[in-house]
Design a protein around this ligand. Structure first.
Ligand SMILES: O=C(O)CCC(=O)C(=O)O
Length: 303
């Protein structure tokens, strides 16, 4: 049954009343600042990868996602078989990526090559957020993205994660409290991006799981170290979910088709729903947790 807006607003008040801890308070303040900093009418641009770090920093400071094309990070990897041939074979946690399931699926530990060999055929399993160290990254891609003289040198990028799976995988709408640079190594994904303001004032009200479930305990500002406060119940294409979530009609979903050898800069607190359009491999890096940016000087280091 549809919920009335007034009921939903009451629900929000109840949730806000439970924001007790100072870290949650700090996060809340951060969100307000982020919302203030983010222009309300935005367009997601697709631009040539910056030539200098200054150019990159200028773009980054706008707090608006950008897709960079022509990344100077090309690899010879054109499909999952190249990944297979690289001999890279860590144990990975994969999860079910069934669109019909209303959650992100149970985790299964498996070695990557077995996964590529078996489940890609059935198209049911997805490796999300598999942490890579510098050596693994180098082995996988044969490039050092953040070495001396690179645009991203000294940016404080301290993690690399691999996302790999077949067509049809979905990551439900959620947000992270940390900046993101995602590089599409091969394949195509479609991202639906939501501004921090819409996430806070519209999406969270209606689409997020009950905040007091054992797993979540707090509201969406909860910082759980995984940097994803929680996933929403929006597991289907957002543009086809209006019947289920009527308030989401008012949300501006920015649709971004993310192609091979492009990099997406996604500022913290931007909501994202991701659909995998073909077999794909993506590497992403989180950096500069936003509350840290707001409360102290920025300390930058390297991977
Ligand atoms: O590519 C995906 O499936 C999800 C990526 C994501 O959520 C992220 O990079 O934060």
């Amino acid at each position: 049954m549809r919920r009335l807006a007034s009921e939903i607003l009451k629900d929000l008040e109840r949730r806000v009343a439970h924001l007790e801890s100072s870290s949650q308070e700090e996060l809340r303040k951060s969100i307000e600042v982020v919302i203030e900093k983010t222009p309300s009418n935005v367009r997601i641009d697709r631009v040539e990868f910056p030539r200098t770090q200054e150019e990159f920093l200028e773009i980054e400071a706008n707090n608006v996602p950008v897709v960079f094309y022509n990344c100077p990070l090309g690899t010879n990897m054109t499909n999952r078989l190249d990944l297979f041939k690289s001999g890279f074979n860590p144990m990975v946690e994969s999860r079910l990526a069934d669109r019909k399931k209303k959650d992100i699926g149970e985790l299964l530990e498996i070695n990557l090559q077995d996964l590529l060999r078996s489940n890609f055929e059935r198209g049911s399993r997805y490796v999300g957020k598999h942490r890579l160290n510098t050596r693994a990254l180098k082995k996988l891609l044969g490039v050092n993205l953040y070495g001396k003289g690179q645009i991203l040198e000294g940016m404080g990028i301290n993690s690399a994660n691999m996302w790999c799976g077949p067509k049809g995988c979905v990551t439900p709408l959620h947000l992270d409290t940390i900046n993101n640079l995602a590089w599409n190594v091969y394949g195509q994904k479609t991202w639906f991006l939501v501004s921090p303001k819409d996430m806070y004032h519209k999406a969270y009200l209606e689409t997020f799981k009950e905040p007091y479930e054992e797993d979540y305990k707090g509201d969406w500002t909860r910082n759980d170290g995984g940097r994803s406060p929680t996933f929403s119940k929006m597991t289907e294409n957002p543009l086809k979910s209006f019947n289920q979530f009527p308030m989401s009609r008012d949300i501006k979903f920015h649709k971004v088709v993310f192609r091979e050898n492009e990099m997406l800069y996604l500022p913290a607190y931007w909501g994202h729903y991701v659909n995998t359009d073909s077999d794909s491999l993506m590497i992403n890096h989180w950096y500069d947790e936003v509350p840290i940016i707001l409360s102290s000087t920025r300390v930058r280091g390297n991977l």
